[in-house]
Design a protein around this ligand. Structure first.
Ligand SMILES: [Zn+2]
Length: 299
């Protein structure tokens, strides 16, 4: 049996999983945004709940966090929690009475999908979440690929290629990271809406754009195709830098009908000549993959 906590900006989800990593039960509480002490108390509450739910004397628990945790010092670097710069791993261990591994939530997603998920039969798997934000992780032979900082794949904060900005006359927008023109500004969940605002001066949600495009609206189809093209150029960077066997799509945008096939078709046309492109698949465990991957941090 395994315990897992998905520490999000708005909720803290605790889940108890069996040895096949199937979720048996889960509980959510709101994430305190006011202080580090209250955040620790809420996490401790969830850990204690997990322990009371498990029939085992000791329960291995893992935690997925937004931002990232330095794997040597255990210091959290996150803008979505009142924990930035804190010794999060040490402070949680003190309250829980046991060491609890923690890692970035997008990396947990990749770990889950590489083990029993959509990427199970592939050697080098990139898990990519494109939702409110963008982030990913790489697994090789089912294990997380740890670099100097154990950083998630921060592809959302690389710049959109100039040739795309020129050819479509794209808006160059300020990103949450402080830079301008990042992929995240136009590919994230809100990115499609920003494209609509720029091209047709309409405030319209990404979901509505997709729906209208599916119903044959020409203007929305054009916006959706531009969005796909920018998304594909982001995949191209992953392809050329990491050369993975497959890329697994997660996050809110992965729910778009046949997104993996649409990206594959476009990607085949733009990829570097004579290279095989990675297989693009949709996550098997969807929104549960983060917590499932957090449970795997102990193995
Ligand atoms: Zn950025």
């Amino acid at each position: 049996m395994h315990g897992a906590i998905d520490l999000g900006g708005t909720k803290i989800e605790a889940a108890l999983l069996n040895d096949q990593f199937e979720i048996l039960k889960s509980q959510r509480v709101a994430t305190p945004a006011d202080s580090y002490e209250n955040l620790l108390a809420a996490i401790e509450l969830q850990i204690n709940w997990l322990k009371t739910q498990s029939p085992q004397q000791t329960l291995n628990i893992g935690i997925g966090v937004p931002g990232f945790v330095d794997q040597q010092s255990g210091i959290a670097l996150t803008s979505n929690l009142p924990a930035a710069g804190q010794m999060l791993r040490k402070d949680i261990a003190a309250r829980a009475g046991q060491f609890i591994p923690m890692d970035n939530d997008c990396r947990c997603f990749a770990l889950s999908e590489a083990n029993g998920g959509a990427g199970n039969d592939f050697k080098k798997v990139v898990g990519l979440i494109v939702g409110t934000g963008i982030g990913g992780g790489t697994c090789v032979n089912g294990k997380l690929d740890n670099g100097l900082n154990s950083l998630p794949i921060e592809i959302g904060h690389l710049p959109i290629p100039h040739r795309l900005i020129e050819s479509y006359k794209l808006p160059v927008l300020k990103c949450g990271c402080g830079r301008i023109g990042c992929f995240e500004t136009l590919v994230s969940g809100d990115g499609m809406s920003r494209l609509a605002k720029h091209f047709v001066q309409q405030i319209i949600s990404g979901e509505d754009i997709v729906l209208r495009a599916q119903n044959g609206d020409a203007a929305m189809t054009k916006i959706f195709e531009i969005w796909l093209d920018i998304y594909c150029h982001m995949l191209d960077v992953i392809h050329l830098m990491l050369d993975p066997d497959c890329i697994i799509l997660g996050g809110g945008t992965s729910k778009i009908d046949n997104l993996a096939q649409k990206l594959t078709q476009k990607f085949q046309k733009l990829s570097l000549k004579n290279t095989k492109i990675p297989t693009i698949l949709t996550a098997k465990y969807g929104d549960s993959s983060g917590v499932r991957g957090a449970a795997m941090l102990n193995i």
